[in-house]
Design a protein around this ligand. Sequence first.
Ligand code: WTA
Length: 658
Amino acid sequence: MSQETVKGDAFENLLHEERQFPPSPEFAAAANLGEGIYAEASGDRAAFWAQQARELLTWSKDFGQALDWSEPPFAKWFVGGEVNAAYNALDRHVENGLGDRVAIHFEGEPGDSETITYAELTERVKRAANAFESLGVAKGDRVAVYLPMIPEAVVTMLACARIGAVHSVVFGGFSADALRSRIDDAEAKLVVTADGTFRRGKPSSLKPAVDEALSAPGHTVEHVVVVRRNGQDIAWTEGRDLHWSELLADASPEHTAVGHDAEHPLFILYTSGTTGKPKGILHTTGGFLTQTAFTHSAVFDLKPETDVYWCTADVGWVTGHSYVAYAPLVNGATQVMYEGTPDSPHQGRWWEIVQKYKVSILYTAPTAIRTFMKWGREIPDKYDLSSIRVLGTVGEPINPEAWMWYRDVIGGGAAPIVDTWWQTETGAMMIAPLPGVTATKPGSAQVPLPGIAVDVVDESGNSVPNGHGGFLVVREPWPSMLRTIWGDPERFKDTYWSRFEGMYFAGDGAKKDEDGDIWLLGRVDDVMNVSGHRLSTTEIESALVSHPWVAEAAVVGAADETTGQAVVAFVILRADAQTRSTDNADDASAELRAHVGKEIGPIAKPRHVLIVPELPKTRSGKIMRRLLKDVAEGRDPGDATTLADPSVMQQIAADLRK
Ligand code: WTA
């Protein structure tokens, strides 16, 4: 892993942010949690989490030991306990007389909508569970899910959890190749997909990518279940492909949920790492449910009887797992699910939805907020957003300007903002203010949650004093931590537990301000963050060099006003393709952008592909990405004297100006 030092300078101004927004006395008085929760949790963390586990979940069999950390870094939480995730998200609410409560207000991109109660969602999940079992899917089997943001995605995930099958959701924006490699890595038996979805008023397809992924032999998939969503013509493989609607109609609506071991695998979710191959992050049942449910209630101050919660994340990402498919339902909340983009059919779509359903808690990414800022406040100002009482952000650092805009324009100058730091690996929020307790600061995630031991350390793993920066670590195991990388425990140890003795290394840089509040400074490894989505520089470089024209490639994440970072690629063409660089560099760039789209998915397409004659390298042959980043961000590349050929950077900069 290439370790760059933490570049705090660019963020120095953040720490001069002096505005603070304490909760209003009314909000604090009615809040789920008060200050005391921190003290309660700090004494015996494991006991604190055991208490949360018993209060928030219904266990089929109670657990003994809260935490078994006898073989670090492999943790076992709630030892011997048995719990069913789907029962906790569904059946128990119906048994408690809440069957008529709305679980999901679904809003389709073309304007169709559907209201699904807890009783209805429970029945669908039972039918899907029976249907999957009838296809031979058993406890422990893996199911790949390649679906748009439609209720069937949640039904599929919960049906898998119900029968103990392990879902592996692949974001619909990933390509057939990316889907195939995830199917292969997890050895999935079943794929659940849709004909497609809608994007900006037009049908956009998914099933063809599944067909392409499965076209080469040697895979483990026995069946493909297809939801009809956009009605497009699709190819059909008799015997393998099955219609969701027919399958569910034929399935019994009765299904008894049995408890699964607290450490039974719940899902695998692939995420980009510092090497080319995505990592299958494995989460297990009891700890994941406990921490997601606790944080969802604590950080959003959830009142399930009255709140309408909307998390805009796609189920293809971890936020859509923890805070769409699981926590809100476990907590018995009513949530909104939206299929489409924010600008279809107009740029007020989100605010129209907030107004329509009286959304009270909104959870989204800074990149979306910056986009809305660009579109102008006249748009949200046209709608009644007075229902909003808590605003959340996740996925990337939020700049104070965007934070203030969010508070003033969307939150009516009053709603507390909770900036939540966490990762696919952490499973649930780790650092965030508590809206009824913390005086919030624009741009800072601030405080480790109760029961969570986050710290900022220097190169040698020593805690840094207030006012200093370093690396973000977690010192103690937490319930929703990843348990391993699917099929690769060594990589799990190397990636997260080898940098600092006895600590989890998150890959992020951070600073503590004078009050000890934490400010996130972005990744310190080769992971980029584009619109809150994680992309690996190495993975995109591998995709580029797999193209026959490319000799060498270097990728950097360059600062971007809207998306946080943008992918910029520097490419040396092979001699036989060289003529293109002089004749038609634009064609070569377009071809290579499309190639990355095909290999990984549209989200990974570089903003720019620059054809260069040489790359800046040290005498030992290491590419100096820092210099390329300078150039990509329009700065004069700094000290280039360590380069084997110092003139390379001048050449690149000159080419760029052209
Ligand atoms: C970044 C998303 C600053 C961080 C839940 C982390 C953040 C990566 C924040 C994980 C935040 C997430 N402030 N940075 N509030 N939240 N990040 O796995 O770099 O998609 O390591 O999980 O996003 O991204 P992932």
